[in-house]
Design a binder for this molecule. Structure first.
Ligand code: ADP
Ligand code: NI
Length: 224
């Protein structure tokens, strides 16, 4: 990357840190930073445009529809405005398109990522939604939204369309079945799929333990 591009990335970081710092739903500045770091590795491995990927990774959750009252246009627009102000009109369009494309659309939805850069940012975002951090973020999000953790006996709900997925009010444990456990097989790039394997096992082990404890089966050998 050129020194100018590196300077622009620093300005974007400052703007995103300011905007997302206090978010308690798992979409905080540290999430943006982790997605940026992983996306940079994926971009290198997969041969994607590193500057566009860095901009989109840092900006992907700015004014996200899940946090701004449901407006899907606001995130891409906010990101494009900032890049325009920083003198990058061409990247503004490309980054806005990526941000508009990468959100999850339910178990029956499609990936939507139409360019290698969008695929890389989507994979990095999804890697941060799984594994130990993914578990923590899911419960933080559920708590912030007032969702129940789990309702025993409820069958996992798989939403057939984007609208059905977005209209749902399911438990956080259901979110593992409707989304988080499906992500590793839906990674766009082979590198991200490889990175996700261990995180997948962490979630599977966590859920098995969670359900055992819930059912009172894990009392350390002490019998009631
Ligand atoms: P996406 O754009 O694909 O939705 P984000 O990074 O913006 O990705 O946020 C997704 C994260 O938000 C999920 O991985 C999860 O941690 C959290 N989340 C979203 N919906 C729910 C839900 N219903 N229950 C628990 N967590 C959720
Ligand atoms: Ni995200």
């Amino acid at each position: 990357m050129t020194p100018r591009q590196l300077a622009i990335i620093e300005q974007i970081k400052a703007a995103v840190a300011h905007e997302l710092f206090a978010d308690a739903s798992g979409h905080d500045w540290w999430h943006a930073q982790r997605v940026h770091a992983v996306a940079a590795v994926l971009a290198e491995e997969e041969g994607a445009d590193r500057f566009v990927v860095a901009c989109a990774a840092l900006l992907h959750d700015i004014s996200d529809y899940k946090l701004n009252g449901g407006d899907h246009r606001k995130g891409p627009e906010t990101a494009a405005r900032l890049l325009d102000q920083l003198g990058c009109p061409e990247e503004a369009d490309r980054v806005a398109t990526i941000i508009g494309e990468i959100s999850y659309e339910g178990a029956g939805g499609t990936s939507g990522a139409s360019t290698l850069e969008a695929q890389v940012v989507q994979d990095a975002d999804r890697l941060d939604a799984i594994g130990a951090i993914g578990i923590a973020r899911a419960f933080a999000f559920g708590g912030a939204k007032g969702h129940l953790m789990h309702v025993p006996g409820a069958e996992p709900v798989m939403h057939a369309s984007r609208d059905e997925y977005l209209a749902r009010t399911s438990t956080t444990v259901n979110h593992f079945y409707e989304k988080l456990l499906l992500l590793v097989d839906r990674m766009n790039t082979p590198t991200a799929r490889r990175m996700g394997e261990r995180r997948q096992r962490v979630m599977q082990d966590f859920l098995a333990e969670f359900l055992r404890e819930w059912d009172g089966q894990d009392l350390g050998g002490v019998t009631p």
